[in-house]
Design a protein around this ligand. Structure first.
Ligand SMILES: [Zn+2]
Length: 139
């Protein structure tokens, strides 16, 4: 994963101030309730995928903009090797309904194994540039 973040810092600019991310300590990912018409990066909630199936857009912000609570102007799109990075004006993107906390909690309560254990943040799946993370099955 460290490699992915390094590549993001190198190839992607801040979606609020348009500055470089290279001096930013963190890759701050902002989840937007906007429809993503591209492949990477997108996010969603795996627990409520039936109700909210659309891939959602994301923005990357530098530490300074996070500290100043700046709002992202753009959502970012990149391809697998980061040779193409595009920025989409947030206001041009189609709105999606906010994922309701209640729906997530209902879905969670139906899980047999993870009920009460899985946290909301863990139940979000973020696709940076490959398939959603899966646990490799090794013997
Ligand atoms: Zn910034």
């Amino acid at each position: 994963m460290a490699d992915i973040f390094g590549r993001i810092k190198k190839n992607v600019k801040c979606c609020a101030c348009e500055g470089s991310l290279e001096n930013s300590r963190f890759v701050n990912q902002i989840c937007l309730d906007k429809l993503a018409t591209w492949e990477y990066p997108t996010w969603g909630n795996i627990l409520v995928k039936d109700k909210y199936p659309e891939p959602r857009a994301a923005a990357i912000l530098c530490d300074e903009c996070i500290r100043r609570k700046r709002k992202p102007k753009y959502a970012v799109e990149w391809n697998k090797d980061f040779s193409q990075v595009r920025y989409h004006q947030v206001e041009d993107l189609k709105d999606l309904p906010e994922i309701r906390e209640q729906d997530v909690m209902e879905a969670e309560s139906k899980l047999n194994f993870f009920s009460g254990v899985i946290s909301h943040s863990l139940s979000f799946s973020l696709t940076l540039f490959t398939q959603p993370l899966t646990i490799p099955s090794r013997v």
